[in-house]
Ligand binder design. Sequence first.
Ligand SMILES: *Cc1c(COP(=O)(O)O)cnc(C)c1O
Length: 367
Amino acid sequence: MSEPGRVEAPAGVSAEDWRSWSWQMRHRIRSASELAHWVNPIADECEAIEALAERFRFVITPYYASLMDPDDPECPIRRQVVPRGDELRDPVGLADPLDEVEHSPVKNVIRVYPDRIAFCVNNECALYCRFCLRKRMVGDEEWSMQKRELQVGLDWIAATPEIRDVLLTGGDPLVFSDDRLEWILERLRAIPHVELIRLGTRLPVTLPYRVTDELCRMLERHHPIWVNTHFNHPRELTRDAAEACDRLLRAGIPVGNQSVLLKGINDDPQVMKRLNEELVRMRVRPYYCYQAQLLEGTAHFRVPIEEGVDLFRSLRGRTSGFAIPQYVLDTPHGKVPLQHPYARGREGDDYVVEAWNGKLWKEPNPR
Ligand SMILES: *Cc1c(COP(=O)(O)O)cnc(C)c1O
């Protein structure tokens, strides 16, 4: 009998296999003919899979594929992971818009702030998002990390006492085995100036069965650990995904969400509101929503920044404050908040502000 909201194994697959993350990884969809087991691909999708094969990997977990609408190519799940011809028609996108390669003191360590770094410990993901910021490296051998290369990064952190906060990202650090991940965490914990370890992972969304009790017990040994995941659409908030987040939360790991503003996927204020309100119900805190970068092959996903500012302005005052992520633009100098100018500035002895409902307020603010 099916339980409400749960993703069921398709016919011919046992529930045990379906919920095994290694089964999911081994049975990933890698071609148009495999995709056709899940949806009715349109010609544009099949041609794009072919045309982009050498440029950016096409891989989807069966779990995530099962969330796709078989008949609607504009399905918000499908558009995130199935290539489209539009990817070949982006006249302005860049390979590395954040100049991350320039900001790498050693391989796969990215430093734009004095006290914290992003450490791309893995170049593999469970699936590949078509709007991936690190398209240039994910799935590409040149950027994979051997143990000795990870050690070079760890040595750099150990030799750089300003670093108090290490964000493990990739690729996806949870694609590693528990043992490989613990090997990294133990070495980071041996560095006295590393206070905080964060994991940036999309696996709670794309392969929630990866978040096993054993993984959570291992992570718990290395607190404080924070996790940021990446839900973009309410349809991704299955009971399976909610349970994965719950397991992390029960291990004492605060879970945040970083989404990307994507045209036709979540750029409707009602969709964005529902996404974040449902995340809050799961006790996942909306953290950032990123402006889609000027990244090659993603013109069809980009929303003009003014529209993004208006969208987040329309949420202010109309939902819980902590259900509103900060809309940010990432730049080579770090993340910049994008926000309607609520603080208008000084008028004589007053400071003028604009409330959520458009009313101006003059707060006495004598010099
Ligand atoms: C996003 C990011 C961080 C973390 O930034 P917070 O605003 O603290 O979440 C650190 N380093 C790099 C390179 C980043 O891109």
